[in-house]
Each structure stands twice: as structure tokens, then as C-alpha cells.
Design a protein around this ligand. Structure first.
Ligand SMILES: CC(C)(COP(=O)(O)OP(=O)(O)OC[C@H]1O[C@@H](n2cnc3c(N)ncnc32)[C@H](O)[C@@H]1OP(=O)(O)O)[C@@H](O)C(=O)NCCC(=O)NCCS
Length: 185
């Protein structure tokens, strides 16, 4: 879906702009997916698993922009892409259309400035506007920064997927399932 641009001050005084990701962001987005995947072990994708062509990415961003049940919000600082976050419907089935899935990642240099909080609040407003009743997400259990962000933003833990991920070093990692109910604060 399309939505209004918003701007807010970061903790370091710079301004951050949040706007819908658009087809013309395709190249930046592909670079962002590969680079952020290399900056943290907590994203599902590894840098080598980003296979989109610019054309495919352009098409995906266009279809998300046209989809009234999804929103992809990109954050920019000094005109540069700092991160991205989205809500997406879980499919066309009537029994799951009250909930949406959530994902977020920022370049490491923009962590700790309040962008994660702002993206979640922006997307929560859009999720309510669409008519979702809850936002669901999964987070690696040892991703303390993300967990702190989600708890602060009103998400609560509902379950644990044991050994959901296996890293290249052979270690297993659980995922926590979290939900934010939108009827509440
Ligand atoms: C997780 C992520 C989105 C957080 O975004 P952010 O912009 O850094 O978050 P904010 O600055 O809004 O801070 C949110 C909260 O994190 C917590 N936090 C900050 N630094 C922390 C740290 N070093 N350790 C643990 N928690 C910390 C604080 O509670 C903070 O809230 P507060 O500043 O109001 O006290 C970002 O770190 C990121 O992109 N990480 C890599 C990708 C990822 O893990 N995505 C989530 C996958 S489920």
C-alpha cells in the first residue's frame, strides 16, 4: 500500500524519513539485503542467498505498493537507505486474514537511534488501518536487541520453536514467537 511520508528526529539530531519502498529503490534494496545479512547472524538469509535481479525486485516492490494488505516502509537518513520493515498478509484464507507477519532490519551503523521503534509504530498504525487485529513475528531467542525492541513496543511471547535455525558453525538456535494485539495500546 501507499502511505504518507513521515519525518522524525533521531537521537543524534539527524532527521529520518519513513516512506513506502518503491520500484525505483530496487538496486538499493538488493544491496541492503545482502549487506545487512552479513552484519548480523539473526536474519534468515545469508549474503550468498540474495538472488533477486533488479527487475524481479522492482516487480516485487511494485506489487507490495499496489497490495492493500501489505506495507513496506523504508527509512532514510541523509538520503541514504538506513533500513526497511514490512507487514504482509499471510495469504488469502479467511481464517488467517485477521493477522499479518512482520519483518525488520537496519544497517548496523543505524542501530540504537530509534529507527526500529519508529518503523514499528508506523507499521502498527498502517496494520490497524488495513484492519488487522494482530501482528505476528518470529525472532531468534538470543537476539537481545530485537527482543528488547519488540517487548518495548508491546509484543508478548507466545511460544518457542526449538532448534529452528542451524548456523554454519553447527550451533542450533530457538525462535520465539511473538504477537502484538492491535485492539490494545
Ligand atoms: C533489531 C533492530 C531492528 C533494532 O532497531 P533499532 O533502531 O536499533 O532499535 P531502537 O533504537 O528503536 O531501540 C529499541 C530498543 O532496543 C533496546 N536496546 C538498545 N540497545 C540495546 C542493546 N545493546 N542490547 C539490548 N537491547 C538494546 C532498548 O530497549 C531500545 O529501546 P530504548 O532506546 O527506548 O531504550 C536492529 O538492531 C537491527 O536491524 N538488527 C539486525 C536485524 C534484526 O535482528 N532484525 C530483527 C529480526 S527478528
Amino acid at each position: 500500500m501507499d502511505f504518507d511520508v513521515t519525518t522524525f528526529p533521531l537521537r543524534d539530531g539527524r532527521l529520518c524519513t519513513i516512506r513506502p519502498a518503491r520500484p525505483e529503490d530496487a538496486e538499493d534494496m538488493i544491496r541492503y539485503m545482502a549487506e545487512t545479512a552479513g552484519e548480523t547472524p539473526f536474519l534468515l538469509r545469508t549474503p550468498g542467498e540474495v538472488h533477486y535481479t533488479v527487475e524481479q525486485e522492482r516487480e516485487l516492490l511494485g506489487s507490495l505498493l499496489a497490495d492493500p494488505c501489505s506495507a513496506m516502509a523504508a527509512a532514510f537518513v541523509d538520503g541514504k537507505l538506513a533500513g526497511n520493515s514490512c507487514i504482509r498478509c499471510l495469504g488469502p484464507k479467511r481464517k488467517t486474514r485477521h493477522r499479518c507477519a512482520f519483518a525488520i532490519a537496519l544497517y548496523r551503523e543505524y542501530w540504537g537511534l530509534g529507527i526500529g521503534t519508529a518503523l514499528i509504530e508506523r507499521l502498527t498504525g498502517l496494520a490497524r488501518q488495513i484492519g488487522y487485529e494482530q501482528i505476528d513475528l518470529e525472532v531468534v531467542a538470543d537476539n537481545e536487541r530485537a527482543l528488547a525492541l519488540y517487548r518495548k513496543c508491546g509484543f508478548t511471547e507466545t511460544g518457542r520453536r526449538v532448534r529452528a535455525l542451524k548456523f554454519d558453525d553447527g550451533s542450533y538456535h530457538d525462535e520465539l514467537l511473538m504477537v502484538r494485539f492491535l485492539g490494545e495500546s
